[in-house]
Design a protein around this ligand. Sequence first.
Ligand SMILES: C[S@@+](CC[C@H](N)C(=O)[O-])C[C@H]1O[C@@H](n2cnc3c(N)ncnc32)[C@H](O)[C@@H]1O
Length: 221
Amino acid sequence: MPLELVVGWVDFCGRRIAVHSGVFVPRRRSEFLASTAVALAQRTALCPVIVDLCCGSGAIAKVIKLTIKNAEVYAADIDARSVRSARQNLGQDAEVFEGDLFDDLPSKLLHRVDLIVANAPYVPTDALEFLPADARLYEPRVALDGGPDGSDLHRRIAAECHEWLSPDGVIVIETSHAQATGTVEVFRENGLFAVWGTDANTDATIVSCQRISEPAEERRH
Ligand SMILES: C[S@@+](CC[C@H](N)C(=O)[O-])C[C@H]1O[C@@H](n2cnc3c(N)ncnc32)[C@H](O)[C@@H]1O
């Protein structure tokens, strides 16, 4: 059993996040995703609108809101237990929606989101059986299974993000080192500029993406 489930919490970016049975335990490597999200959000807007997609316990949204006090933060997850856990961790810090990716986000967010941060499942289905026992036995498949090549959710996020992002909106998403170029390709195929980066200390890999902006002249029409 993961130690975090025994003690009931995990230290994530220096914050204490409650963890609940059947909900993905935030990983040390995802601190790279969270800190990059904070840095990008601080660059994009004074009061950034941020969505933590596939939020699990809400750890990433929590760190963002505690760091950027004037951010407007939303979170979503398809799994009811994760949504309960995120609501408990986030309280008044964010609104949490239960639904498939963007499906249940409020329409007031259309074309307003400055930053989407996502740690969506990315383990290829055939690799699930080789995960460490604590993940295999204690975390739900919906939190891990990324489909045949691990990119099913990434493809959907890349296709569906356009109607939510603001004109200069950015996405930052976790992937694996082995899948990094594939993840970049998925976002490029969907009209985004995408680059990947790694953090050697935590063996973390992320992809950062930005919509290729229309020239200002076209935006006015
Ligand atoms: C790898 S976990 C990450 C959780 C959290 N973001 C973190 O880093 O600790 C992936 C999460 O995605 C959620 N998920 C899977 N498929 C989803 C979908 N189609 N729409 C929304 N959430 C989904 C799972 O329930 C799970 O909580």
